[in-house]
Write a protein that binds this ligand. Structure first.
Ligand SMILES: [Zn+2]
Length: 81
């Protein structure tokens, strides 16, 4: 079975609007992580990062560019492993 790619995971974790594309992605990701612990762990890790970022936004009024930077950093860390 093909694993989810990082872009799909990030899109899933950071989705703020529910359109057709997002729904399809959610269905795909949910279906996959039900039977794949590797991707499930990745999704959980990104959800944690995303929550931290959201908290930072609430507390420090960070702008959206900052989120992109943080996600980029996390992505680079992930690729190194
Ligand atoms: Zn997988």
């Amino acid at each position: 079975m093909e694993h989810l790619n990082i872009d799909e995971i990030i899109q899933y974790v950071t989705a703020t609007k529910v359109d057709r594309e997002t729904l399809e992605l959610m269905t795909k990701v949910n279906g996959h992580i039900r039977s794949c612990s590797v991707c499930k762990e990745k999704v959980n890790a990104y959800e944690m990062v995303n929550d931290e970022i959201k908290k930072d936004i609430d507390e420090n009024c960070l702008d959206l560019n900052r989120i992109d930077d943080l996600i980029k950093i996390k992505k680079e860390i992930d690729n190194e492993c």
